[in-house]
Design a protein around this ligand. Sequence first.
Ligand SMILES: [Zn+2]
Length: 118
Amino acid sequence: MNGSCHCGAVKFTYFGQPERLVVCNCSICRRLGPLWAHGPEGKIVVDAAPDATIAYVWGDKSLAFNTCKTCGCTTHWKGVGPSTPQNMALNMRLCDPDDIADIPVRRFDGADTWAFLD
Ligand SMILES: [Zn+2]
């Protein structure tokens, strides 16, 4: 499955089809509103120039949220701390809506319990 930011500077591929897409209510996700597909690096490839995105890292500095510098779309996050070096997720709202229409969406309580709410 392929996605890109609005201007096309950042493109990504998810190999296969994710089992689910995740809506999270944590402090950053509730503001950005992405639909995440998680996967280890390797299942996910991001194709962008090194300076095409802004990486936003905060709190315990375990995740970097990447946003296109040109068009402002949040494209993916990537684990940068010792506990999450291999983890990534793509914002599947950047895919063709028809491609993601049949994938179940689950609500994740990233704000509190770190469990699914549904
Ligand atoms: Zn862009």
